[in-house]
Design a protein around this ligand. Sequence first.
Ligand code: NCD
Ligand code: ZN
Length: 345
Amino acid sequence: MRSISITRPDDWHIHLRDRDYLVKTVKDVSRYFGRAIVMPNLTPPVTSIEEAKKYLERINRLLDSDSNFRPLMTLYLTEQMSDEVIREVKRSDFIHAIKLYPAGATTNSESGVRSIENVYPLLEVMEEEDVVLAIHGEVTDQNIDVFDREKVFIDNHLIKIRRTFPNLRVVFEHISTNDAATFVAESGNKIAATITAHHLLFNRNHLLAENLRAAYYCLPILKRDTHQQGLVKAATSGDSHFFLGTDSAPHPRFAKESACGCAAGAYTSHAAIELYAEVFDQAGQLKNLEAFASHNGPDFYELPRNSDQIILTKKSWEIPSHYAFGNDSLVPIRAGELVHWTVTG
Ligand code: NCD
Ligand code: ZN
């Protein structure tokens, strides 16, 4: 059986949720990831250093006593954030980014930014303090087709942000189009992107052809196969602009399979590196998995790379049809099917 050894990977974009849900999410993310950037879109969102500290403590309480996993916290950017909070983020040793959600773009983004220009003074402080800005890059204009929202965000906002704040470190999160991959690849070393396993493995046919499948509904929405192929090329190329961020975003079944609408978010944390390994294997680029999963992220965030290794073996296992999740259940990506790689050490 084929095995590879890579530096311990990190997940640079995850939703761990809160309360009862943390039992499952913390268990999964801490199996072999060294660190994870924890998104702040709780209800209410995490907007202060104190709240982030308390959230960190709630997560840490669920870690096994011998766990070396380290959550990297984030704050949720609002138009009301003060300059001083940004300076405090810089001084803190546990908050590593500030997340910009355009208001209404996705799950729990109601308190997000209504007009990007309104936060330009805050971006200026972030640039000055060298604090990482993580962006959900989709416009929210109801007149813009949902499949075009990422491209329009680049044209209307990102190009201008890049020009206005050339030294601001920006992570364009969970990119889903060739347009985004090209934009990032052609930007200097201050702009990078996370890519999810589900945007690499699937396209909109998986979501929409045959039955409408709730587990695949996420934002940014899955695009056509040519975008999927472009993302695979970018992720597996070894280009340091791209790194692993699962955007694993669990919703209990009642919120996914509901008559009043399906919550956006795909769960991949149960098999994250295993699914990425499949993508790199299929592309004939396993040699670049380590750069994507374990090197490019810490290098961009200016954190040390993990110093130990994990072993991945090409051996299949079956993903359960669902997991317990609070007092409901959670249907993961690939439910009831095989994944072809296993973490064996
Ligand atoms: C995320 C969530 O559920 O919190 N949903 C998603 O579809 N990705 C939010 C986000 O990252 O957009
Ligand atoms: Zn997310």
